[in-house]
Ligand binder design. Structure first.
Ligand code: PLP
Length: 221
């Protein structure tokens, strides 16, 4: 079942769009089933859970951290994480840089933007992000690599609203790319789209879709 769903979703993705299988709260057995279907990128939102899975599962898995990351927990994931999607402050970015230096790595990061009309979602506003980039301190950080942007649309049935939110992030991506990263090929990722809205996200230019329940079934919180 899990393997079939992985293949179905992957068949729908246009070239240049990658699938992050969001395995949070699902056991190793579920991940192993997806792995046998060829899936190698998995997304997790809790530091302890991701680290335990990293330690016990095959080493060619790319672990993406998609949750809200606390600065005091950065050190646990920096040695192995492939991409951190949710950088929502300069302070967090600087901590990733510091821990990555200690680990002798350069860690790939996405800046998270708040695009939803909901209070509860984390992320920079467009203006906060512009300001952080304009201040320029991030240029001194040698152990992080900014690879793009991430965002979550409002959890709503209003498809027009979802499209509009994704479009706003896509436009902002183009602005940031041309203003600060025009010569940097690494800045190329736009992480948006979940189980219920990844088709809309792809239509608006997503390169990384984060799909959980559509693959693994509903989570029990
Ligand atoms: C849980 C989660 C997802 C996956 O959500 P589904 O609706 O299960 O596909 C994607 N992105 C983030 C940031 C998440 O926390």
């Amino acid at each position: 079942m899990i393997g079939e769903r992985i293949k179905e979703i992957r068949n729908e993705l246009p070239e240049g769009v990658r699938l992050v299988a969001v395995s949070k709260f699902h056991p190793n057995e579920a991940i192993e089933e997806a792995y046998r279907a060829g899936q190698r990128i998995f997304g997790e939102s809790k530091v302890q859970e991701m680290t335990a899975k990293y330690e016990s599962l095959p080493k060619d898995i790319e672990w993406h951290f998609i949750g809200h990351l606390q600065t005091n927990k950065v050190k646990y994931i920096v040695p192995y994480v492939a991409l951190i999607h949710g950088i929502d402050s300069y302070k967090l970015l600087a901590e990733v840089d510091k821990q990555a230096a200690k680990a002798g790595r350069r860690v790939n990061c996405l800046l998270q933007l708040h695009i939803a009309r909901e209070e509860t979602k984390f992320g920079f506003s467009f203006d906060e992000c512009r300001q952080m980039l304009a201040e320029g301190q991030w240029r001194q950080l040698q152990h992080i690599r900014l690879c793009g942007l991430m965002g979550m649309a409002t959890n709503t049935d209003n498809v027009e609203q979802i499209k509009e939110e994704f479009r706003s992030l896509s436009n902002f991506f183009r602005e940031v790319k041309s203003t600060w990263f025009a010569d940097d090929d690494a800045f190329c990722e736009l992480s948006m789209g979940m189980s219920h809205d990844y088709h809309e996200a792809i239509a608006e230019g997503s390169t990384l879709v984060r799909v959980g329940s559509k693959i693994f079934g509903e989570r029990i919180y």
